[in-house]
Design a binder for this molecule. Sequence first.
Ligand code: XUL
Ligand code: CO
Length: 459
Amino acid sequence: MNATPSSPSAAPRIVTGPHGPYFSFGGPLRFRGEGFVASAGEPFAYRWYDKDRLVLGRRMEDQLRMAACYWHSFVGTGTDPFGDATFARPWHDGGDAMQQALHKADVAFEMFQVLGVPFFTFHDRDIAPEGATLAESNDNVKRLADVFEEKMAKTGVRLLWGTANLFSHPRYMAGAATNPDPDVFAYAAAQVRNVLEATHRLGGANYVLWGGREGYETLLNTDLGRELAQMGRFLALVVEHKHKIGFKGQILIEPKPAEPTKHQYDFDVASVHGFLRTYGLEHEVKLNIEQNHALLAGHTFEHEIALAQALGIFGSLDMNRGDEMLGWDTDQFPHNVQQVALAMYQVLQGGGIGAGGLNFDAKLRRQSIEPDDLVWAHASAMDVCARALLVAEKMVTDGALQRHLQARYAGWEGERGRAILEGRMSLEDLAREVEQHRLEPRPRSARQERLEHLVAGYL
Ligand code: XUL
Ligand code: CO
């Protein structure tokens, strides 16, 4: 589908702060269709991200609900375990921390407007500096939430989720909810209360808990059972407060098997589901599934999505990629259309993204030091997700994959299959059936290669 070309100068301008524009893109990026050819005046236009295009009856923007994250984009400096900062962001130059937070917010909203991305996400410590006391820190977060409220009203950008950073500060080195010291638990609770309330005030669609320090390094110093009970209690408190303040968004846990902690309790979808059931929270809490975390847990992204859907706890996605060669969380922007399409197919088959979204929990490589690299990274990722959604749409509408699945399990719709599942047959009944009818199951091909060929055709 190709858009009618129009002159780039016709695009509306972007609202920037007192420091002026940070990016060289003067107006919002436009959709110009697959045939778009870049020029000096318009180096980037979306080829597939056409937000109003209807995909399976919903606007593309609403099917994807994409979000830019605050932390990697505006807090990240390009450090790695062996190297110093490479991104020279003006708001990291020292000076008054609150002024810098305001500058950062201006640039963040400039980028959201350039991209036309409908949502953003943040941790409390990304947006505002830590104060001398928790009260001061909480106050700083509230002040920035005021600024966001105004910017959101002006730009129409919405909040996909907020979260508390319960992992960077040394007080959390032995965990937040799972800390051996209840004072740390209390501190974390006070911090979450503040961010949950800020998220509520900003109309956030979700609130996320990622337990980067909730786990252990060695069982020699860890009472695992006790820590799990603490974590269950903490989550119950969050849910209780959500209802108390009338927050209607979803509470989400983001599983990850390890890093920074050697063993994290929220290992993967299956272990979080078990945890939620143990503490009676399976109807209150859903999951934010991240591509790279799935890989680290030894699963594909689509496996984690399909499992969460099957268990009724699918919530939202952190859309990034890992590196097949590396065993750590590289948090790269997605660019593999087939990979994303397989994930989006599961999302669509399960009924769509719902109140969740596709959050780019992704960071630039440390050599990508130009301000515009941030825009390019997000814009290309948005285009990849849009293209993947269109591929997934074909997979759904063509229906061949679904027909194969139905045929493969058809036996379970027959009398014997239903009787088994409905509990109308005992082991003895089944043994009698086999003997009486001389049942001899017939092997059938699962046709994997044919299906893979089919998928290649949708790309
Ligand atoms: C860490 C990670 C976090 C969460 C939010 O791997 O994914 O950034 O998404 O705390
Ligand atoms: Co994440």
